[in-house]
Structures are given as C-alpha cells and as structure tokens.
Design a protein around this ligand. Sequence first.
Ligand code: NAG
Ligand code: NAG
Ligand code: NAG
Length: 475
Amino acid sequence: MAATMDTSRNSILRSRVLKSCVFVLWFIASVIPLTFSITSKHFSAKTPYNWVHSTGEVSQDEWYTMEDLKGMACNAVHASAVIRHGARYPGLEDVNNLINVHHRLVNAMEPDVNPGIYEWVNRFPSNNDKALHHLGEEEQEELGKRIATRLYTLFVDEDLTDFRFIVSSMQRTKDSAGAFYEGFSNVIHTEEDIDDEFDSEVNEELMRFFDLCAKYVYSVGQNKTAYKEYHDFLEGSEIAAVKARIYEKLGIKDDILKPAEIRLIYLACGYETAAFKSSPWCSVLEDDDMEILEYLGDIRHSIKNGYTHNITWQQSCPLLSEIFFGFDETIVEIESTEEDEEVGGFIVGQFAFGHAETVGPLYAILGLYNDSVPIKADNRKEQEHRLFRASKILPFSANAVFVLYECVPEEFKEHEEVDEAEYYLKLFVNEKPVRIPGCENIHCLYSEVRNRYSHYIDRCDFKQICKKAPPKDEL
Ligand SMILES: *[C@@H]1O[C@H](CO)[C@@H](O)[C@H](O)[C@H]1NC(C)=O
Ligand SMILES: *[C@@H]1O[C@H](CO)[C@@H](O)[C@H](O)[C@H]1NC(C)=O
Ligand SMILES: *[C@@H]1O[C@H](CO)[C@@H](O)[C@H](O)[C@H]1NC(C)=O
C-alpha cells in the first residue's frame, strides 16, 4: 500500500516536473525564436561551399603524382580549373522583394507569434548587389590554398607568367580570382616574392557565353515556355502546401504570398545564414519544405544550366576547347623541350572564374550528372537520387579541375631522354575525383578523352551554333 502511494506521489511529482519542463521549453522556444529548426542546408545553387563539401586539411602533392597506373611513374604537368565565384550577397531585386513580403506579413500577423520575423530588418546593404561577401572570399582563399598544396611540386618554382587567370566582366569573379590567388600564392611563394601585381584577363566568350549566345538567350534565357516545368512546379500543390504550413506557423488567415515569394523566403534563410550566421526566415521552414524548394531550384537549373535544352551545353564549347588546347600546348612544349633544352616555361595552371551558368553547361557538355529521366514538375519522388542536384554540384565556389599527367615507365624515372611518355587525364569536381564519361577508370588516357570530345573541341563554331535559326550542321 505504502509502496503504491509512493509511486503515485512520485508520478504526480514527475508529471509536475514534466509540466514545468514543458513550460520552460515552451517559454524558451517562444522567447528565443528558433533560427535554424531545419537540419537541411541545401539551398540549391545558393549553398555556401563548405555546407556541402569538406574543406579540411589536405596533404601536400596529393594530386601531383598519380598512383593508379602500375609500372608507370606519373607527374602532373598542367592543371586547368573552372571555378564558380564564391558566396555572394543577394541581388537588389530579391532584397527589395523580401522587404515587401515582410511588410505584408507584419500587417497580417500578431507580433508575438514569431518575434524574429516580426522584428526582422534588412541587413543587406543596398550597394552590394550580388557582390562577393566575406564568406565567399574565405571560400576562394581556402580553395586556392588547397589546390596549391595538392599540386605543390607542379606550381612551386613557377613564375607568375606560367599561370593564367581568366575572369568574367562581373566584379564577383574578379574578387574571387583575387582571393583565390591570395591563398594560392601564400602556399607556393615565400613572403618576399609574393607578387601583388597579379594579372587576370576578362574573357566573356569563355566565362559568359550564355549572354553572347543569341540562340540560348532567345530560346531558353528569355523564353517563358522553356521554363514551363519550373512554373508548373512553382504553381503546383507541393509549393502550395509549403505556403499553407508557413501561414499556419505565422497565424496568417488570408492568402497574401505568391508562390515565388515562398522561394524568396527559402533563399532569404540561406543568404542570411551564410552572411550573418542565422536567419529568422529559417524558422518557418521544415526539412520537407526544404526538399520541395530545393527541387524547384533543380528544375530551374536543369533548364537554365543543364540538359533540358541542348543549346545550353553546346554553347560552352569555346570553354571546353580552351581547356583542351591548354593540354595540347603543354604536351607540344614538353615534347619539344626534350629535343631542345632551350625551350622554356609553359602554362602550368589555368584558373577560370565564372558563374553557375558557366560550370553547369561545362558539366553537361562533358556528360556529367546526366539523369536518365529528366527532372520535371511531376516526378520529384522518383528523382530523390537525381545526379543533377544544384546544392551538391553547383554551390558557391563549385569547381572542376582537370589535371594532365605525364607518365613514363618506372625504370626510366631517373633518365632524361624518354620518348615513351604517355599522357593521362584526371578530373576532380568539387575536389573529388570523378570518372570522365566514356572512361573506364578515374584516370584516362588523354588521347582517348580528347577523341571523345573532339567534335566539340575541334569543330566549335560559336557563331554558327548560336545563330537564332538552328544551324544546318547539328553539333
Ligand atoms: C521556347 O521554348 C519552347 C519549349 O522548349 C520551344 O518549343 C520554343 O521553340 C521556344 N521558343 C523560341 C523562340 O525558341
Ligand atoms: C541533344 O543532344 C543529344 C546528345 O548529343 C542528342 O542525342 C539529341 O538528339 C539532341 N536533341 C536534339 C533535339 O537535337
Ligand atoms: C544525357 O542522357 C540522355 C539519356 O540517357 C542521352 O540521350 C543524352 O545524349 C545525354 N546527353 C548528353 C549531352 O550527353
């Protein structure tokens, strides 16, 4: 009897403790707005690099030698990188729209329902339209360090003239190149010979072909019908459900937001978390909502930067050619140097800084991340394991690095005069080795890769491809 009484008294006590715990938790939750209730950090192409890729210590010369070939000694002789600019501020238009959305929400909600959102004020300065911010600079500087470390012996004794830096006309790619170079030169140069006079060339055909290609601009970029799947998904039931959940969280009765403004809230959560570590906008999203909004982004990117329209990747052939001509030249230089000792340096590293619209089409012309079923408005569930996932493949500072290796039979290693050099190619995407389509292995004979893409490399007639009317000779 006594024991029973004790138990019931305990359980009363326990339930009281529990109740006050729940109260305390409720209290905490209502006073401190949950700024990151979501666990997903997938913000489509607006995802900072280190949210999806590891950026830890790397070891020296990790990429310099290639161990994959038995009986051969392989050293890197040329590296060619295409790098998206680092994390940036939102565009002014997005910021102004967000201010407008906030205004409507404040008019429709009670202050205490979500004080974080209620009291939100825009912290993005008005003069930084799409400018690189501190996190983006850091991404690029660290990337420069890691690439220099991994190919240390290839780069260490080279003059600045043995590197080529290409940027687009946009300030954010120039700033990215500058930050990258800072990290890069800190690794390969000693303090006194760090050259501040770093030069880069603006090349719009290589970095912003998507602006110059009339056929792309006309048939994809400015063609609303081309984005039909995107609009279908945006106006569809899944985004509507996200909207309903947001209204419920904020106690909003009337339908005051457009579907596109739901995407804006998602982007605001990502942009603010990247720039300021946290954002009240995240508090109205759940992981399921994040997946839906991420998918919306992937439909957009598959149209804009991926496989949906052939012209999107066909227009990147000048960039692909430039990369391969760099390898060709390197091989010619090496072969002639062996005959004639006088022949001097050649470009050992080419670093090209562009945009998601540069890197996406490059993936596609290579045949990377090509889903067998197209990404569409009505097949999200089926696409759970899609390859063309912008959060992973096209985050800020996304990068594709080709490394060309000269391989000689191991017994010749110490000798100067070797005719039997073979050249191999490896591709690292976002710093992980990726099999080049058509190759059996991670490493691939250079001549085989070149052959596979020769149609795009040697017959890249940008003017012809980009004519508004389809060219007779289909590339
Ligand atoms: C716009 O896109 C649609 C769908 O892809 C296509 O059928 C149409 O020809 C495009 N319009 C132009 C002007 O290229
Ligand atoms: C698009 O390109 C692919 C791959 O080269 C080709 O198989 C397909 O026929 C092309 N589609 C059109 C409409 O030209
Ligand atoms: C992408 O994959 C589809 C389907 O497997 C194929 O028909 C197409 O040629 C591929 N596109 C490119 C550019 O490799």
